[in-house]
Design a binder for this molecule. Structure first.
Ligand SMILES: O=C(O)COP(=O)(O)O
Ligand SMILES: [Mg+2]
Length: 223
């Protein structure tokens, strides 16, 4: 695969869950804790992997339905989830092989970097710091930064604006259809990683320009 026809980039926007960090273990602890507090049985890891990616509200609403709990429990579940998540954040998650190296190599080439995630900033910022990734990014936007989150293009357009780049010269690196759709609508080329969470669907079907096994493959492909 040769992506050099893209003709160079000034910046990259990088997704967090499923792209930089395997966080399904953290989600499992926090959702499980919240469900137990409310008297329900925790949901499976497989369910979590195919549900993560569209932000906290979507995840909690789907989790309540999966656990057989009423929708009216949303506020209580959200409060319990937040408390558990803030306490366990990072304890059951790991940086994917090649992710830190890949980001460092892109940065060393002079690309500006933004982390744009649907994870709330209160979870995303401490996680990036705990995993030694925070300093790599010029800016980080959580899922609560703007009126709309990915797959809407708004967070990507705001990131380009903040970095002083154009979408055409800003590469989106993500793991799901939310990243691919947001990138398409914003006008950013997009690469997806094969190992993340894409709602249980093959990542090849998400409409990316390319799919890679590791982020540290990218610098050579872009040469
Ligand atoms: O919290 C989520 O929904 C996941 O967010 P991300 O994949 O955009 O990082
Ligand atoms: Mg993701």
């Amino acid at each position: 695969m040769d992506l050099s026809h893209w003709g160079g980039f000034d910046a990259a926007i990088v997704d967090l869950d499923g792209t930089l960090v395997d966080t399904v273990g953290d989600f499992e602890l926090a959702l499980g804790g919240a469900l137990r507090d409310l008297g329900y049985t925790p949901v499976s890891r497989a369910f979590i992997s195919r549900t993560v990616g569209k932000g906290t509200e979507h995840l909690i609403r789907r989790t309540l339905a999966e656990a057989g709990a009423p929708e009216t429990m949303y506020e209580a579940a959200n409060a319990r989830y937040r408390e558990h998540y803030l306490r366990i954040n990072g304890q059951a998650s790991t940086v994917y092989p090649g992710a830190a190296e890949g980001i460092a190599a892109l940065k060393a080439r002079g690309l500006k970097l933004a982390c744009v995630t649907n994870k709330p900033a209160a979870f995303a910022l401490p996680l990036l710091a705990a995993k030694g990734l925070a300093a790599s990014f010029d800016i980080t936007y959580g899922g609560d930064a703007f009126e709309r989150k990915k797959p809407d293009p708004l967070p990507l357009l705001k990131a380009c604006e903040a970095l002083g780049t154009t979408p055409a010269r800003t590469l989106m690196i993500g793991d799901s259809q939310n990243d691919a759709q947001a990138a398409r609508a914003a006008g950013c080329p997009v690469v997806l990683v094969r190992y993340g969470y894409n709602h249980g669907e093959p990542v090849e079907a998400a409409g990316a320009d390319a799919v890679v096994d590791r982020i540290d493959e990218l610098p050579a492909l872009l040469a």
